[in-house]
Design a protein around this ligand. Sequence first.
Ligand SMILES: [Zn+2]
Length: 121
Amino acid sequence: MKEKDWDYIARLEKAIAKKYGDVATHNPSRYWDEDKEKEYLEQLKEQRKKEDAHSAKTEHKEVDGILVSTKLINKSGFDVCPVCSKYGLNVKDEIYMYKYTCCFTCYVKNIEGREKNGNNI
Ligand SMILES: [Zn+2]
């Protein structure tokens, strides 16, 4: 194994300190202790509780055997594209659902070209 080049390490540390400040060359554990660790774990627990409480408040609906947050289900009533069975339609898809009763992808694939040629489906 190659021996450590202490001179190089010292120069590196100096350069880092010059560019980012002294604190950048310190070992992070220097600023961490058991109290801070405890506080951090306590904060994690609090955060977890908040998230649990939040998800308990969120309504879920079963879709194909999977519980999905109602927030993720669009309000238009279009859940799935009848042409390609794509589930989880986005806003763009919804617009195409209203106009062409298929998702954007299906519109591009099946309708766009024909429309330009002046042929209606
Ligand atoms: Zn589709």
